[in-house]
Design a protein around this ligand. Structure first.
Ligand code: ATP
Ligand code: MG
Length: 395
């Protein structure tokens, strides 16, 4: 079938009522953005409270288009659809027979025709149209059977400015359109967890910026490139990600020299949070996002998170906090970040780790040890913020 239109279904609309049009307009904006990267010309329009895509060019790439739409948060289903100008019932019956003939080579299935009328002045009502189309299909294809309760196929016929016909639904990613929920700062490392965390927060409509801490020459340009690649992969869902690359080497070395080694990771993480928060506030981000999951490593026990969390005033979102590692891996495979995440490049956190990091840090003790070098660390952190490098990541 040569599909030239799509009906877009959306499920959840946040903070409903008067905000509905905000949701729909943002959804349409994100769809247009996604389609700009596809071959062909498209029109995204709203009709009677529903969103449609019409292909306006001769040629386009169906698979590429569906793939692009299947990454737009807010979409629950993408239904490829036919449109017919001729609205009389004889023509609808004829087109329905042709439609089924082409879309379903094997006719051994049960079906139900569902009809909706936008124009109430049509001579037949919905029930009559559905019955007539069903009758035409049964006459053309005797192998087909009607099942009104649990059919294999629902064939939808809608009478509007034109006749719309569709029966296939391709799942979208769900969630809410990016841009309906503010902006967050993702602490993005080269690992498996933080890209998944970014994806999950963005799925709720949140736009993303990201901060990456690198420690040259202890971490290489390849490690940094890996994070850029991950940000680009996440941007296929979230839209462009402004990635702030922070040179963390001097802060890390100063912590290494001035603090007990079993507390290195905790104090280092406190500085990561402080720096990320400062960059977040400068860039209108109203939350931080990390890929932490309770108990995954020493720095992610609840006691450790209590100590790292206390340095922030912005809320810290940890969308994978309750996920097992395998569950995080499953999402990363689904969204296409896994293969990049497992590339073996050194991470700044792993270079300075102690053999036996504290797993139940005492906040008072950590604060005291940190205080001994805090002036110096704050000065170095300030320089790190001032010398950040900004990379805009998009596919
Ligand atoms: P990930 O797979 O996301 O790297 P992880 O299991 O390796 O997570 P940690 O290294 O303890 O866990 O890091 C916990 C979280 O801290 C990460 O998910 C990420 O949000 C943030 N983080 C860690 N290292 C960095 C870094 N170099 N730059 C930016 N954020 C980081
Ligand atoms: Mg990591």
């Amino acid at each position: 079938m040569e599909w030239k239109s799509f009906l877009i279904k959306y499920a959840e609309i946040g903070v409903k009522g008067a905000n509905r049009y905000v949701f729909e307009d943002q959804l349409m904006k994100q769809m247009r953005y996604a389609l700009k990267r596809c071959e062909g010309e498209f029109e995204v329009r709203k009709e009677a409270g529903r969103v449609f895509v019409d292909v306006t060019s001769e040629d386009y790439d169906y698979d590429e288009t569906v793939e692009a739409l299947s990454r737009v948060f807010g979409i629950s289903e993408i239904c490829p659809m036919m449109q017919y100008e001729e609205k009389d019932i004889e023509n609808i019956r004829k087109e329905a027979v042709a439609y089924v003939g082409e879309v379903y080579p094997d006719k051994a299935f049960t079906f139900k025709v569902m009809c909706r009328r936008g124009k109430k002045d049509y001579p037949l009502d919905s029930m009559e149209i559905a019955a007539s189309v069903g009758e035409a299909l049964l006459a053309a294809y005797p192998e087909m059977k009607v099942d009104v309760h649990n059919p294999d196929v629902y064939l939808y016929v809608e009478v509007r400015q034109k006749i719309y016909m569709y029966s296939v639904a391709i799942p979208g990613p769900g969630g809410m359109p990016v841009g309906t929920a503010g902006k967050a700062m993702l602490l993005l490392s080269g690992g498996i967890d933080s890209p998944v965390a970014g994806y999950l927060v963005s799925k709720r409509g949140v736009a993303l910026e990201a901060t990456y801490f690198h420690a040259p020459p202890y971490t290489s340009d390849r490690a940094k490139q890996k994070v850029v690649d991950l940000a680009k992969l996440v941007s296929r869902y979230s839209g462009p990600v402004r990635l702030h690359v922070v040179n963390f080497t001097d802060v890390q070395l100063a912590i290494y020299e001035g603090c007990p080694h079993e507390e290195l990771t905790i104090i280092m993480r406190r500085y990561m949070m402080r720096i990320a928060e400062e960059i977040a506030k400068k860039n209108d981000c109203i939350g931080l996002v990390t890929g932490e999951s309770i108990g995954q490593v020493a720095s992610q026990t609840m006691q450790a998170m209590l100590v790292t969390n206390e340095v922030c005033t912005l809320p810290v979102y940890r969308p994978v906090v309750g996920f097992d590692k395998q569950e995080i891996v499953d999402v990363s495979e689904k969204i296409g970040t896994y293969e990049t995440s497992i590339q073996p490049f050194e991470d700044c956190c792993t270079i300075f780790v102690a053999k036996h990091p504290v797993t139940r840090p005492n906040p008072d003790v950590i604060r005291r040890h940190e205080a001994a070098v805090k002036d110096k660390l704050d000065e170095l952190a300030k320089i790190a913020v001032e010398t950040e490098e900004l990379i805009v990541c998009r596919m």
